[in-house]
Unconditional design. Structure first.
Length: 175
């Protein structure tokens, strides 16, 4: 079902240069979260817009930073990374935290085994999801990242026994 061209033009004008999202944007994003390779023609048929309108909206969503990346989700197990762990990291409290935390953030960004890193509230300062080949590789990683790091007070590891749900899709609903 296509909307009238006057309605579409009004929407395009309302959204130009704006970070506001409407129901069409949310529908497009929900579709792209499931399959980022889906052509605009198929998306257009599902959301009720023309393919060119979908192209414009996706381009704007990328430019506005709403779409951060379009990546392949790869199974860690299929690539030989058989050990996954969730790690809670607590930083030293004796010094002002801003510098050590910033250095730790940079270290996490530069560590490929760290799949996800969250700066959190609560008992820990950071929560990580890491993947390694085996326990020996994990032990070497913990030594390098935590044990030998004077800014880290402690860490706690939970080994993942089974991935129940894993993904990067976020819940999107119309306002």
């Amino acid at each position: 079902m296509r909307k009238s061209s006057a309605h579409g033009a009004r929407h395009a004008n309302d959204l130009r240069g704006s970070k506001e999202m409407d129901s069409y944007d949310l529908k497009i994003l929900n579709i792209l979260q499931r399959d980022a390779r889906l052509p605009a023609e198929k998306i257009a048929g599902q959301v009720g817009l023309s393919p060119s309108a979908v192209h414009r909206r996706v381009k704007r969503l990328r430019e506005d930073g709403v779409i951060e990346a379009e990546v392949a989700v790869i199974s860690p197990e299929a690539t030989g990374l058989k050990l996954m762990a969730v790690v809670e990291v607590t930083m030293q409290r004796e010094r002002p935290l801003s510098r050590p935390q910033e250095e730790f953030r940079r270290l996490m960004l530069d560590t490929p085994e760290v799949m996800q890193c969250f700066h959190v509230t609560g008992n820990a300062d950071f929560v990580l999801v890491v993947a390694t080949k085996d326990i020996q590789e994990y032990e070497a990683l913990t030594r390098r990242l935590f044990v030998d790091n004077p800014d880290v007070r402690g860490y706690s590891t939970s080994i993942v026994m089974r991935r129940v749900k894993s993904g990067v899709a976020i819940p999107l609903t119309d306002k």
